[in-house]
Design a protein around this ligand. Sequence first.
Ligand code: ZN
Length: 396
Amino acid sequence: MNTKKRIYLLIILITVILTFLCGCNKKESSNNNTVVTYERNSYSKNGMIIYEGGLLAYYDYKTGERSVICSRPECTHQKYNSQTNPDPSCAAVPPKQTIFEAAVIINDYLYMFVLPSEINKMDIYKSDLDGENRIKVGQVNCGGIADKAIVCENFFIFTGKELTKKDNEDELSVSTFQVKYFTGILDINTLELFHIESYEKHRMSQNFYVYNNILHYYYMDEDVYEIRRVNLSDITVLEPLSLPMKNEQEKAYCVMDKGYMYYIKDDLIQSSADIRRIDLMTLEDEVFISGIEIQDGTLIGISDKYFFICNNESNIPDEEKWKFIIYDSDEKTIDIYDMSYSGVQTRLATHLINLNGEYILLYKYIEGNMHASYRYMKIESLINKSYDFVDTDVIY
Ligand SMILES: [Zn+2]
């Protein structure tokens, strides 16, 4: 596998939920709504909604406390079961005979996206935050949500799935359908769904980012690597931005933050690297930090003054020795991020979410353990190898 492909594969592995909660930046206004969903769970500033295979529960990061999204007195919160509980009375159980896709909080309501049995249809339910007063508000043409979405203002932005008939195939054959993908922008107030474009392959690191009411996202297809843009005020597609070069051979992976697109540019002669940034409005490209002593580094995330970088220490091609670095742009210090002191594997612990520039949420990876678990801690604590964290084990 060539280096470029390898890097992108790695990025896909480690950035699944790296899109930031501040990925919805309106100038000088904070947005409490912004939520990222990944694999049916949704993550917001203070807690996450986890789909526990039939039941919705909210987990608070700071306390690790779990509360089922149901406030019915004496409810024992039983999931649907065709034999033992065919008619669930719990508010946290999604509507019967539907496939659950996502649940997010928008403007203090809980919205649930589910698939009924009808093909390429998605139902939208709205309820109070405790699951009460649930009503079906509408249906849109969509065959499902692919792994990641964000909420920004009144928009639910996601990668949609669509089942399409394959051409030149036997009409009666079972396998005449294939999944296609599109970038979906759903206005939650009008329930109008815009299909921006259709593509055959879906890469996970879409990384939706809204700045100045313009949606930006990664588009990767064969040899096309670019940032596509949509103006959300009138849903018009703007010219895409091409990705800058990391060195002479490969394109840089960029992280969007506070109106800029940041990336690492290697200085092969000095064996160091610069962090550069492109202004998303003026497209001006400038050096942000120069001469960081790292080699073959890829920027994977930004949280306020911290830059998360992974780099390949190995000089042997195809040998992967990835190291995770936190660069403090104020102090100009490099710290290696390694959770192994706490007995947790670091390999997938980089599934982090930038919460507010101070805290992050890590995904704890324990081999052989089917249960997801998370670690909430200050970035400072992570750097200082502190045991000051909150672990949350999710029940499925
Ligand atoms: Zn209940």
